[in-house]
Every structure is written in structure tokens, then in C-alpha cells.
Design a protein around this ligand. Structure first.
Ligand code: PEP
Length: 252
């Protein structure tokens, strides 16, 4: 069965010391009881080796926000999937809209990244989503289907190790959230494309997260949809109370 997941994306926020404090705070907040979903925090690279040993691995998984599309070598400034895995991290966000928009990441690059992540035992959290003009032109389905081709190159076995995150770009960091109905509609579409590409069992077992201005106040309604299996959280992952509030959407 697919898992319910709340994953945080810290982006380029928090010094090492601040990040350690945030991770400690979340660990403490979750100490009393086991959350009703998998919880993941994706941090800047430099935080990984410090954060991984201080959180309770039974409750909180740790991931990176990116990795290189090359295995190793003369790529100054890059961080490989093997390096991420060597910190104890288990996840990596790939294809985030900010990486696509500001760093030119396309399907070919992302396929390489996903393959290297999987080869190094990392679970990719693969992001897809349309920009506002594409939504206004009712092109969201074709946009996400095209973006999915980067992971639809995988075998069914490898694809089954991935988590998907649908993040409408117009909702990221804007305070505008997709309505529960909009989220359900496109998540159901995404799942139907997995049936077409693989089969109904693979589709049924794939976790598809929603991302875009998700908050404690709207998480419950979004997650109540049958095809929304949790959230990828940006801004609200930077405060323990907000992130915990979203995790608690699965408790009520
Ligand atoms: C994100 O960037 O993955 C995201 C969902 O951001 P926010 O929650 O801040 O919209």
C-alpha cells in the first residue's frame, strides 16, 4: 500500500546552527507519539551530516534538495548522489520547479539524476507541475505528462521506488493553494498515467504529494482527497509548529 507522507523542503534557508535547532525541535515535537504518516525533512547539503544522526530515524527521514547528474569527477561545486547517501540521507528532491526554472533542469538531466539517486539507494521525490499560463490555457495535464517522461523511462521496479510531488508553480510560495478539487483532479490524472505506463498495482502503490502553500489550515482538506497522499512543504516546513500542524492533519 502507498504511504502518506509529509516532506519538508527547507530550500536555501537556515544556517547550519539554525537547521540543527529546527531538526532538534521537530524531533522533540514528534517524541511523544508516532506520527500517522512518514515525515521527511529535505535540507541544504551542508546540514545533512549533522541533522541525520540527531533525528529519530524511526520517525523522521532526511533528504537532500538536489543531486548532480554526474557520478563523480571534475564538476566543481556539485554534490553527487553517492555523497548525499554517505551522510545517511535517504531521500532527494529532484525536478523542483525552482531547479527547472533557474538552473535549466530538463527531462534528460532529470532522468540522469533519478537514475543516479536510485543507484545510490536514495528515494527520489520527483516534482512536476505547471506554471500559471499553462493552467490558464488548461494545459496542466499535458505539461505534467511531459515532465513525467523523465521517470517513465524507468523500469516498473525502479519507478515504484519513487515518490511523486505535484506542485503547481503558481501555488509555490505565493499563498495561493490549489483547491482540494483541483488537486484531486490532477492527482487522479497523474495516477491514471501511471496505470497507462505501468499498471494499476504500480499506480495504486505510488505516493503522490501535493505542494504549494500548504499550511496547517488547509492540509486536512487537501490530504482528505483519495489521490493526495500528503504534502511537500516549503515555507511551513521552516517552523516546527507549522510543520507539526501539517503532520497532524493525518491524525484527526
Ligand atoms: C515547495 O517549494 O516545494 C513548496 C511547496 O513551497 P511552499 O510550501 O512554500 O509553497
Amino acid at each position: 500500500m502507498r504511504k502518506n507522507i509529509v516532506a519538508g523542503n527547507w530550500k536555501m534557508n537556515k544556517t547550519l546552527q539554525e537547521g540543527v535547532e529546527l531538526a532538534k525541535g521537530l524531533n522533540e515535537a514528534l517524541a511523544a507519539s508516532k506520527p500517522n504518516c512518514d515525515v521527511i525533512i529535505c535540507t541544504p547539503y551542508i546540514h545533512l551530516a549533522s541533522v541525520t544522526p540527531l533525528v529519530d530515524a524511526a520517525k523522521i527521514g532526511v533528504g537532500a534538495e538536489n543531486c548532480a547528474d554526474k557520478e563523480s569527477g571534475a564538476y566543481t561545486g556539485e554534490i553527487s548522489a553517492a555523497m548525499v547517501a554517505s551522510t545517511g540521507a535517504k531521500y532527494v528532491i529532484l525536478g523542483h520547479s525552482e531547479r527547472r526554472a533557474y538552473y535549466g533542469e530538463n527531462n534528460a538531466i532529470l532522468t540522469e539524476k533519478v537514475k543516479l539517486a536510485l543507484a545510490n539507494g536514495l528515494t527520489p521525490i520527483f516534482c512536476i507541475g505547471e506554471v500559471l499560463e499553462q493552467r490558464e490555457a488548461n494545459k496542466q495535464n499535458e505539461v505534467v505528462l511531459d515532465q513525467l517522461q523523465a521517470v517513465y523511462e524507468l523500469s516498473a521496479e525502479d519507478f515504484s521506488k519513487c515518490i511523486l510531488a505535484y506542485e503547481p508553480v503558481w501555488a509555490i510560495g505565493t499563498g495561493k493553494t490549489a483547491s482540494a478539487a483541483q488537486a484531486q483532479e490532477i492527482h487522479a490524472y497523474i495516477r491514471s498515467t501511471i496505470v497507462d505506463k505501468y499498471d494499476a498495482k504500480v499506480a495504486e502503490n505510488t505516493s503522490i504529494l501535493y505542494g504549494g502553500s500548504c499550511k496547517p489550515t488547509n492540509a486536512k482538506e487537501l490530504f482528505a482527497n483519495p489521490d493526495v497522499d500528503g504534502g511537500l512543504i516549503g515555507g511551513a516546513a521552516l517552523k516546527v509548529a507549522d510543520f507539526k500542524g501539517i503532520i497532524d492533519a493525518f491524525n484527526a
